[in-house]
Design a protein around this ligand. Structure first.
Ligand code: GRF
Length: 187
């Protein structure tokens, strides 16, 4: 049985989709949820699902203690799902090719520091792009620049707001992220 560790800072809808997927599919389970915010929605998801969780501070992130705590779960994959902090190099070196992220746009467009949530969707709308989408990629030392595993596209409709576009993007995320994880674990 593979262990997945999810890192998230927000409401946790992707975490929820991944947890639900592996209740009935594949040879994996979400073993731990890590957040930098004690009041994030994803913590409520962890509590509801009785999944252990860890709230981390910036200083401890990447330090030996956290690495040791993560190692206890023998994770096959560290999955970032709306996690807003940059992953420290020490963690990337400890888990090479085992950390993945999802970005709500078609990288390399609209990536980098500060590009998250509505900042991304507003930039897409301001550019009058005809389409947007999601990018699932490996995490390396530079924000949003690791090797791309999968991209999926959706139209940007006239009259779209950041909210309506975010909703369309979330549907893609909830479908593809669990399946990509299952694929990576099956390799
Ligand atoms: C997602 O849109 C993801 O692409 C981005 O942050 C958002 C997290 O949403 N990195 P949720 O917390 O999973 O609902």
């Amino acid at each position: 049985m593979h262990s997945i560790v999810i890192f998230a800072s927000g409401r946790g809808s992707n975490a929820r989709a991944i947890i639900d997927h592996f209740k009935t599919n594949g040879n994996a389970r979400v073993a731990l949820i890590v957040s930098n915010k004690a009041d994030a929605g994803v913590i409520a998801v962890a509590e509801e699902e009785r999944i252990p969780f860890l709230v981390i501070g910036k200083k401890t992130f990447g330090e030996t203690l956290l690495v040791e705590q993560l190692m206890e779960y023998k994770p096959s994959l560290l999955v970032l799902a709306g996690f807003l902090w940059k992953v420290p190099d020490s963690l990337i070196k400890t888990f090479p090719e085992k950390i993945i992220n999802i970005h709500p746009a078609l990288l390399p467009l609209y990536g980098g520091k500060g590009m998250y949530g509505h900042h991304v969707h507003n930039a897409v709308l301001n550019a009058r792009d005809a389409e947007s989408g999601i990018t699932i990629h490996y995490v390396n030392e530079v924000y949003d620049s690791g090797n791309i595993i999968l991209q999926a596209r959706c139209p940007v409709n006239s009259g779209d707001t950041a909210d309506s576009l975010a909703e369309r993007i979330h549907k893609l995320e909830h479908f593809y992220y669990p399946r990509v994880i299952e694929y990576l674990l099956g390799q």
